[in-house]
Design a protein around this ligand. Structure first.
Ligand code: SF4
Length: 324
C-alpha cells in the first residue's frame, strides 16, 4: 500500500500564562492509502492538537510547531504557504468536528453549503455544483428534496450527515474526524459510523478517527495510536493492540472496561488524574499512575521501542539496558 501521510518527530507546544504545555511530543505516525488510524486518549492527551498540526491550523500564538515534519503525499506541509495549504485543505484533507453546528452556516440551505464547497474547489457552474450537492446528499442518506432546508430543520444525526457530505464532496484523500459521533445518541452514533465506513471504502479515503471510545476503534480502525500526556505511548495495528496490549496505560484501558460487549464506550479512567499539562511528571509522564512503575521511571524518559514488527511502545519495561 502507498504511504499517504507520515508524521516524523512532531512536537507542538502552547505558551500559556501558567507555562509551556507540551501538547504533542516526539510523535511518529504513518497512514497508508485507504487505511483508518484511531487516535485514542483522554481529554487533554493531545489528540485534537495532533489533528490541527496535520492541518497546519495550530493557532499561533499561543501554539507553535517546535519540530518535525508532516509529510503528505511526499511533501512536508510544515512551511507551505497559506495559498498552498488552502488548496490542500478541503481538496485533499478534510476535517469533521464533534459538533456539526460549528461547521454549518445557519443562514444557508444545506444544498447551497455543499455546492459552495464544491464550487470553491472544483471548476463547476452553479447548476453543476448544485447537482453534485444533491448527489452527495443521497450518498449520505438524505433525500435530495431536503437540499432546500436549513441546518436547524435537521436532527443532530442528520446534520452530522450533512457535514460528512461537505467533507467528502471534493473526494479528499484524508479525512480527519474529531469525535464525530460523541454528541449523538447511541443508535444514531452507530448509523453515522456505519455510513462513514461505507463511504470511506467507496471513495478509498484514508481516515484519522479521533476518539476516546475503544468500541469505535474496534469497529472502524486498522491501526491505533494511544496517546497520553502528549505522547503516542503505543502504536500498532488494531488486532495486535486488542490481543496483546503492552503499555501499562493501554492494559489499564482494556481492564477498565467491565464488559467488552456492552460497555466499550465508557473508558473508566485508571487511578489518578491526567497530569497538569504545564507541569508534567519527570521521566515517564505516566509514572505516578502506573502500577508497574520502577524507581527509574521517574528519572528516565522512555524511548519509542519496537517490541514486535510495527508495534511501538514508550515504556521502560520494554527498553533494552534498563534494569527491571
Ligand atoms: Fe510504567 Fe515505567 Fe513503563 Fe512508565 S516507563 S509506563 S511508569 S513501567
Amino acid at each position: 500500500k502507498k504511504k499517504l501521510l507520515e508524521i516524523k518527530d512532531l512536537a507542538i507546544h502552547y505558551i500559556t500564562v501558567d507555562g509551556v504545555v507540551k501538547a504533542v511530543q516526539d510523535m511518529y505516525l504513518e497512514i497508508n492509502e485507504g487505511e483508518t488510524l484511531g487516535l485514542v486518549g483522554e481529554t487533554g492527551a493531545g489528540k485534537t492538537t495532533t489533528a490541527l498540526g496535520i492541518m497546519q491550523l495550530v493557532p499561533d500564538p499561543p501554539g507553535k510547531i517546535i519540530s518535525g515534519e508532516v509529510i503528505f503525499e511526499g511533501s512536508n506541509l510544515i512551511g507551505k504557504t497559506q495559498g498552498e495549504l488552502r488548496r490542500i485543505r478541503g481538496n485533499e484533507i478534510s476535517m469533521i468536528f464533534q459538533d456539526p453546528m460549528t461547521s454549518l452556516n445557519p443562514v444557508m440551505t444545506v444544498g447551497e453549503q455543499i455546492a459552495e464547497v464544491i464550487r470553491l474547489h472544483q471548476n463547476l457552474s452553479t447548476q453543476e455544483a448544485l447537482n453534485k450537492a444533491n448527489e452527495m446528499l443521497l450518498k449520505v442518506g438524505i433525500p435530495a428534496e431536503r437540499a432546500k432546508e436549513y441546518p436547524h430543520q435537521f436532527s443532530g444525526g442528520m446534520r452530522q450527515r450533512v457535514v460528512i457530505a461537505i467533507a467528502l464532496a471534493c473526494n479528499p484523500k484524508l479525512l480527519i474526524a474529531d469525535e464525530p459521533t460523541t454528541a449523538l445518541d447511541v443508535t444514531i452514533q452507530a448509523q453515522v459510523l456505519e455510513l462513514m465506513k461505507k463511504l470511506k471504502t467507496e471513495l478509498n479515503t484514508s481516515m484519522i478517527m479521533i476518539t476516546h471510545d475503544l468500541g469505535i476503534v474496534a469497529e472502524v480502525c486498522d491501526k491505533v495510536a494511544i496517546m497520553y500526556a502528549g505522547n503516542v505511548i503505543e502504536y500498532t495495528d488494531k488486532v495486535q493492540l486488542f490481543t496483546s496490549p503492552k503499555h501499562p496505560y493501554t492494559v489499564g484501558l482494556f481492564n477498565s472496561i467491565p464488559d467488552i460487549e456492552s460497555d466499550m464506550d465508557r473508558l473508566k479512567p485508571i487511578k489518578g488524574l491526567m497530569p497538569d499539562p504545564t507541569n508534567l511528571p519527570s521521566g515517564c509522564p505516566f509514572h505516578p499512575r502506573c502500577d508497574k512503575a520502577m524507581p527509574i521511571c521517574s528519572q528516565r524518559v522512555p524511548k519509542n521501542t519496537e517490541v514486535a514488527p510495527g508495534h511501538f511502545v514508550k515504556c521502560l519495561l520494554y527498553e533494552e539496558g534498563v534494569e527491571k
